[in-house]
Design a protein around this ligand. Structure first.
Ligand code: NAD
Length: 431
C-alpha cells in the first residue's frame, strides 16, 4: 500500500506530512494511513502536468503510441487484479466479486480508450467554406492539463473513466481520488510508472476536497475539469469553473425510476429491482431507487421482493457468500439511517430493512424497502445512496410516466413490460 503522493513520476511525501486514516468499513479498524495532500502539493502536481504537456513527449506522440501505454496499464491492472480487488474491499466495503468485476471493467476501460486513441491518428476533417481562397480543417487536439476529481463508490473504476480518456486524447492530468477510498488510485500510479508512462503525464494527489480538490479547481494552469460526485459539490465546482470560464464536465447524483407493468415476468422484475438498488450497497448514481409497479401486480411483487430482500447475505466483503457489504464509512451509514428514519416520520412504511441486526461493528444497513412513501417525502425525491428502495403502485401508463419523471435527477430510467411498443413509448417519454 502506498504512503506517498505520485507527482512528476516520483513518490513524494505530502507537504507537512499530515495523513488521513484508512478505515475498514466492515470492522471499523484503522489499517493504513494515506497522505493528506495540501494546496502546495496540488500546485506541484499541476505544474508537473503543465510542464509535461507543454514540453514533454506525450502530446506529440501518435495515438497509436499512446495506445501502447494505455494497453500496458490495462495489463498492469489485470496482472494485479486479486491484490487490487482485496484493497478495494478493505477500503470501500463492497463484496469481493463486485470488486473483481469493477477492476476487470477498469482494465477494459483502458483498452477501450486505447482503441479510440488509435482512431485519432490522421483524423483531420476538411470543411468547405465555399470560398477557394480559404482552407478550413477541423483537427482534434488535447485540451491541455485535466484535473479529475472522483467519488468513493467505484474507486479504481472511476479513476479509469477519467484517466483513460484524458491520456488517450493526449492530455496530462492530476487525479484527486476520494479521501475515503484512495488506495487503488495510488496503485494506479505504480502501474502507470511500471508501464513507463512519461513523468508528469499522470499525477495523483490524495487529500480533502476542500484543500486538494479546491486547489485543482482554482488553478489557472488546469484547462479542463472532470468531476464525478454529489450534486452540491458539482454545483459549487461549476460556479468556480464559470468564474474562470474553464471547461468542465460533471457526473452527479440521481434518483432514477424503474417502471414495471403487470405483464412483466415477476421473478425477473424482482431480480432487476434488487440489482438496481442493492448492488454496491445501493451506492450507485444510476441506482433505480424509485420503483413503480402496475397496481394489479403490486401485491404479489411486493411480497416476492420482501422475501428475497430478506434472504440477502450481509457481511464482510471478503467473506464467502457476502452479497451486501457495509456502507463506505460512518458518515454515509449515519446519513442513510437518518434518511430511513425521516421517511418513516414523513409517512412512509418501513416494510423491511434499516440498521442490520447482529453486527457490533461495521457500517451495515440491511436491504430496505419503503412503501406508502408520500410523493413529497424526501425519500421519494432525494438520492439516499444506500440500499433503500421506495416502491409504489400506479394505475395508468400516463401516471407511471408522470411519476417516473417527477425528479430533478433521473439518470437511468428503466421499464419492464412484455409489450415492446409500450416499452419504446415509455422509454421515449422518460426525461
Ligand atoms: P462528494 O461530492 O462529496 O465528493 C466527490 C469528490 O469531490 C471527492 O473526491 C471530494 O473530496 C471532492 N470535493 C469535495 N468538496 C470539494 C471542493 N470544494 N472542491 C473540489 N473537490 C471537492 O461526493 P461523494 O460523497 O464522494 O460521492 C457520492 C456522490 O457521487 C453521489 O451523489 C453519487 O450519486 C455521485 N456519483 C455520481 C456518478 C455519476 O457517474 N453520475 C458516479 C458515482 C457517484
Amino acid at each position: 500500500m502506498q504512503t506517498r503522493l505520485f507527482i512528476n513520476g516520483d513518490w513524494v511525501a505530502a507537504t507537512g506530512g499530515a495523513t488521513l486514516p484508512v478505515v475498514n468499513p466492515a470492522t471499523e479498524a484503522v489499517f493504513h494511513h494515506i497522505p493528506a495532500g495540501t494546496a502546495a502539493d496540488a500546485n506541484a502536481a499541476v505544474l508537473a502536468a503543465r510542464a509535461a504537456f507543454d514540453h514533454g513527449p506525450w502530446r506529440q506522440m501518435s495515438g497509436a503510441q499512446r495506445a501502447g501505454y494505455l494497453r500496458a496499464i490495462a495489463q498492469g491492472i489485470r496482472d494485479r487484479l486479486p491484490e487490487l480487488a482485496r484493497l478495494e474491499v478493505l477500503d470501500n466495503g463492497k463484496p469481493l466479486p463486485e470488486a473483481e468485476w469493477d477492476l476487470g471493467d477498469a482494465a477494459g476501460c483502458f483498452d477501450f480508450y486505447a482503441g479510440l486513441a488509435e482512431e485519432l491518428d490522421g483524423e483531420v476533417e476538411t470543411i468547405s467554406l465555399g470560398d477557394a481562397r480559404f482552407v478550413s480543417k477541423a483537427v482534434r487536439e488535447p485540451v491541455g492539463v485535466a484535473g479529475a476529481i472522483i467519488p468513493w463508490n467505484y474507486p479504481l473504476l472511476m479513476a479509469a473513466w477519467k484517466v483513460a480518456p484524458a491520456l488517450a486524447a493526449g492530455c496530462t492530468m492530476v487525479l484527486k481520488p476520494s479521501e475515503h477510498t484512495s488506495l487503488t488510485a495510488l496503485e494506479l500510479g505504480a502501474i502507470a510508472k511500471d508501464a513507463g508512462l512519461p513523468s508528469g503525464v499522470l499525477n495523483i494527489v490524495t487529500g480533502l476536497g476542500q484543500t486538494v480538490g479546491q486547489a485543482i479547481v482554482d488553478h489557472p494552469d488546469v484547462n479542463k475539469l472532470a468531476f464525478t460526485g454529489s450534486v452540491p459539490t458539482g454545483a459549487r465546482l461549476m460556479a468556480a469553473a464559470a468564474r474562470d470560464v474553464k471547461n468542465i464536465s460533471l457526473e452527479l447524483g440521481g434518483k432514477s425510476p424503474f417502471v414495471i407493468f403487470a405483464d412483466a415476468d415477476i421473478e425477473k422484475a424482482v431480480e432487476w429491482i434488487m440489482f438496481g438498488i442493492f448492488w454496491n450497497q445501493g451506492q450507485v448514481c444510476s441506482a433505480t431507487s424509485r420503483v413503480l409497479v402496475e397496481r394489479s401486480l403490486y401485491p404479489a411483487l411486493l411480497e416476492r421482493l420482501l422475501a428475497e430482500a430478506q434472504k440477502i447475505t450481509i457481511g464482510d466483503g471478503l467473506a464467502d457468500g457476502t452479497l451486501l457489504g457495509p456502507l463506505v464509512n460512518d458518515l454515509q451509514y449515519r446519513k442513510v439511517l437518518a434518511a430511513i428514519d425521516r421517511a418513516v416520520v414523513q409517512g412512509a412504511t418501513l416494510a423491511c430493512g434499516g440498521k442490520a441486526v447482529g453486527f457490533d461493528k461495521g457500517y451495515f444497513v440491511a436491504p430496505t424497502v419503503l412503501t406508502d412513501v408520500p410523493l413529497t417525502a424526501d425519500a421519494w425525491v432525494e438520492e439516499i445512496f444506500g440500499p433503500v428502495v421506495c416502491i409504489r403502485a400506479f394505475d395508468t401508463e400516463e401516471e407511471a410516466v408522470r411519476l417516473a419523471n417527477d425528479s430533478r435527477f433521473g439518470l437511468a430510467a428503466a421499464v419492464m413490460t412484455a409489450d415492446d411498443a409500450r416499452a419504446e413509448r415509455v422509454a421515449a417519454a422518460f426525461r
